[in-house]
Design a binder for this molecule. Structure first.
Ligand SMILES: Cc1ncc(COP(=O)(O)O)c(C=O)c1O
Length: 449
């Protein structure tokens, strides 16, 4: 039976995931070297797909970084809720092209429901439009395409029809610590990476409201919910009020910080961001759904639609229901809303709040344990990010490499405000308090060597 391979994949996946608790987080050098076994010419003949699966599992599973495991604290990656993974598998079996409501109503409907839930959860204005995209980079790109449309339409210019040649110039204002991918998005939109007006930040990387320049003409202000190093939030209320007074569009990059809205004790950090005009976040980070999954939101859905919709005779785009591809850069794409819906449905408000609060409490525990051992924590731990120095840059890098080699846990290196540090990002549903203690002990043991 052709489909029996699916239970074989599920069995192998279960063994892999159950083993993550004990295996070293980083793949061994031998496992990475073993990938050479894949370097063969394209097979001439067909073979049994279960042999292909077995090869994949034997050679590649061990060459993965255990990001789905409980002690991965690198970047801001998050794990993968088993329920969300299961929904992803089922959606894979459906093989729906999620671009058009008329042809794939089931998944398009799920996305409408999930977007409504998210707008409510994030406290965004009623009627806000949204799009399911690959990640925050593309979510920022998508929302900023709407921003570009919005500010130029107000100046009497149709950017989708006439492009940027001869258009009124757009001023883009961003903090010194805007995420580098936001700059990439601006470059892709023709708004330029180098012509951004940078605003100084404070000791936590927050944009300084008192340093905001005066705004004239079409202007986009980029704010941040969750600095990738410190987890800090820009002061939304004064900046958004000043920007709106001067006719600017405000966009918030909330790749992981937007989720603070979903946990009552964290909500104050994100206070006021709901007054912006557009927002971007990731689901593959803190919502713990499988890669890849990001979300763009725009207060006035018409601007997003104007930037993204297509029309073609052969496409059944005319429908009373929301057509997903009217809001995304892609026409064809996978139904990534399915596992977002499943994660929200199964966790509910209480489960979401518990996940975000627990990870933030665990980040505070890391900071407390590191400080108690005499190490320097560089940031105010307001969310799930901890920056710790082990001394000078060279020593800090050496300790981080030793922690990665040890394999109990995995954290990355960063350079923040001129200081080299280890970045601990607690973003996984799978991380228990015992995992934090075990990781902390390993860090302290290695730092003392
Ligand atoms: C604040 C911020 N913005 C944007 C991004 C880019 O997100 P993605 O890698 O999902 O495209 C990240 C990733 O860490 C981030 O932390």
């Amino acid at each position: 039976m052709a489909y029996s391979i699916l239970s074989e994949a599920a069995r192998r996946a279960e063994v892999y995931l159950a083993g993550l608790d004990e295996r070293p987080v980083a793949p061994s050098a031998a496992a990475v070297a073993g990938l050479a076994e894949l370097d063969v010419p394209l097979p001439g003949e067909s073979s049994d797909p279960s042999r292909t699966l077995a090869l994949l599992d034997r050679v590649v599973s061990q060459a993965t970084l255990a990001t789905a495991g409980p002690r991965f604290f690198g970047f801001v990656i998050g794990g993968c809720l088993p329920g969300a993974l299961a929904a992803n598998w089922l959606a894979g079996a459906w093989d729906q092209n999620a671009g058009l409501y008329a042809s794939t109503p089931g998944v398009a409907h799920l996305e409408i429901v999930a977007l409504d839930w998210l707008v409510d959860l994030f406290d965004l204005p009623f009627g806000t439009g949204g799009a399911f995209v690959t990640g925050a980079t593309v979510a920022n790109f998508t929302a900023l395409a709407a921003a570009r449309n919005g500010v130029l339409a107000r100046a009497g210019w149709n950017v989708e029809a006439d492009g940027l040649f001869g258009a009124p110039p757009i001023t883009v204002i961003a903090g010194e610590e805007a995420h580098p991918t936001v700059l990439k998005s601006l470059g892709m939109l023709g708004l330029g990476r180098s012509r951004i007006v940078r605003v100084p930040v404070d000791s936590q990387g927050r944009m300084r409201a008192d340093a905001l320049p005066a705004m004239r003409g079409p202007t986009i202000v980029l704010l941040q919910a969750g600095n990738v190093n410190t987890g800090a939030f820009d002061p939304f209320e004064p900046i958004i009020a000043a920007a709106h007074e001067q006719g600017a569009w405000v966009h918030v990059d909330g790749a992981f910080g937007l989720w603070a809205k979903a946990a009552p004790p964290l909500r104050h950090l994100a206070q006021g961001l709901e007054n912006a005009d557009s927002w971007a976040t990731d689901a593959h980070k803190w919502l713990n759904v499988p890669y890849d999954s990001g979300l763009a939101f725009v207060r006035q859905p018409d601007t997003l639609r104007a930037a993204m919709a297509i029309t073609a005779e052969y496409l059944p785009t005319a429908t009373a229901a929301r057509n997903p591809s009217d809001y995304t850069p892609e026409l064809s794409r996978r139904a990534r809303g399915v596992e977002v819906w499943a994660a929200l449905h199964s966790l509910g408000r209480a489960g979401l709040a518990e996940l975000f609060e627990r990870n933030c409490r665990q980040a505070r525990r890391f900071a407390e344990g590191l400080r108690a051992a005499g190490l320097k924590v560089l940031n105010e731990v307001v969310l799930n990010q901890v920056l710790v120095s082990f001394g000078d840059a060279e020593r800090t890098r050496r300790v981080i490499e030793a922690i990665q080699r040890d394999g109990t846990c995995w954290c990355g290196v960063t350079v923040w405000q001129g200081r080299t540090a280890m970045r601990i990002s607690v973003s996984s549903w799978a991380t228990t308090d015992a995992d934090v203690e075990r990781s902390l002990n390993a860090m302290l043991r290695i730092a003392a060597e």
